[in-house]
Design a protein around this ligand. Structure first.
Ligand code: NCN
Ligand code: DMD
Length: 359
């Protein structure tokens, strides 16, 4: 098995292009700094793409779907079959991410990286590593080679979308039980108390929440993942879609393509990608803050401020897709606004005044 991602090299972001973009933004027809974080986003996009006039269109939404053996411990509000059923919904165009992908003009690809069922479809990309992970309370979720293979599937499928012209990657996921796997992964790599990380996921009741916390604590004690080894953590308590998204992020960063990161599960994958190669994080922009409590911790570890905070907790890449128009505004601003010089507007502020003065 070839692991393409192991040979990847991630170029440094170009801070000089970022500084040039910042200077140029100051010459646009608006009071200095008045577009707030939109200006910072434009500078980040310039440094990532190495283009003074960065483009993020078209975006590509790449969804990884997989199942989780841990679901048999009663940690989700929904049965395992919903993963495959929702994938059919994606293929039929009826899910939230279909609607939002269409709204933002995104290309949308769905990858079966480990659904515990057979789905026959021409449009589903089949990169099944195994039929769901094993119940990680009873044994490792998967073997190390499978985690590596899943990272590679993500790396390759993202590279294909980039070859086909996407300018911004939105990795998404579908996997009943994956908030349990993500909480376990974050606890393992951060050393944070499980109690502070675990949330209700798809909407479990109080009693189930306690079971979920106990299951994760017991599993971490039994599996003993090495928090310094991201592939070990993935294989012991992780998930195939988390590995796939991490691989996709490694691919995008190696190609200087900005990554718009979704909620708790996608951010957990971002953390894994960052552990594999820290330079990958320089290409990540957080789309939104999920309602899942563990996301707060992951956001802190990634050291970035999410664009939106809408109380969303759907997954599928949906929060990032919703944030995409903001990123697009940043790109269009620097690409299309007139400079003071071109519009013949005096750029000089009068003492105590911020109004523009027309010549
Ligand atoms: O992205 C998030 O922040 C998020 C938070 C809670 C739930 N989800 C979605 O819900 C599923 C996992 O929830 P659960 O309760 O089955 O672990 C999975 O398909 C995710 O896409 C996603
Ligand atoms: C219906 C449904 C849709 C989802 N999309 C992402 N995770 C999900 C979980 C459920 C249960």
């Amino acid at each position: 098995m070839k692991n393409h991602w192991k040979n990847a090299s991630i170029p440094a972001i170009d801070k000089k292009v970022g500084r040039d973009a910042q200077t140029y933004i100051h010459s646009l027809t608006k009071p200095v700094g008045s577009l707030g974080r939109l200006e910072d986003l434009a500078v980040s996009l310039a440094s990532m793409t190495k283009e003074r006039f960065p483009t993020v269109f078209p975006p590509g939404v790449l969804i990884f779907a997989a199942d989780h053996g841990i679901v048999s411990e009663g940690v989700s509000a929904y049965p395992q079959e919903v993963t495959g059923q929702m994938v059919r919904n994606f293929l039929n165009g009826g899910a939230a991410i279909n609607v939002f992908s269409k709204q933002i003009g995104a290309k949308l690809n769905i990858v079966d990286i480990g659904i515990a069922a057979e789905i026959n479809s021409q449009t589903l990309i089949s990169r099944k590593v195994r039929y769901g992970t094993a119940n990680f309370l009873l044994g490792d979720a998967m073997i190390r080679e499978e985690a590596e293979q899943a990272i590679d599937a993500g790396y390759q499928t993202a590279n294909e979308m980039i070859n086909n012209g996407i300018k911004c990657l939105i990795p998404g996921e579908m996997g009943i039980g994956n908030t349990t796997a993500s909480s376990a992964v974050v606890a393992a790599v951060s050393g944070e108390e499980v109690d502070t990380l675990v949330g209700t996921g798809t909407g479990i009741e109080k009693e189930k929440l306690q079971i979920k916390k106990d299951v994760i604590e017991k599993a971490l004690a039994l599996r003993k993942p090495n928090g310094d080894d991201p592939v070990d953590v993935l294989s012991k308590v992780g998930g195939l879609e988390i590995a796939g998204m991490a691989g996709a992020m490694l691919a995008a960063s190696s190609r200087s393509i900005p990554i718009l990161v979704d909620g708790f599960i996608a951010s957990t994958a971002a953390l894994i990608a960052k552990m594999i190669c820290s330079a990958s994080a320089d290409y990540m922009i957080l789309g939104h803050r999920s309602a899942e409590p563990g996301h707060m911790k992951v956001i802190k570890l990634l050291g970035k401020e999410p664009i939106l905070d809408l109380g969303m907790r759907l997954g599928e890449g949906s929060g990032a897709a919703i944030a995409f128009p903001v990123l697009q505004s940043a790109s269009l601003m620097i690409n299309e606004m007139a400079t003071f010089e071109a519009a013949q507007i005096s750029a000089k502020k009068q003492e105590g005044e911020t109004r523009l003065v027309y010549k």
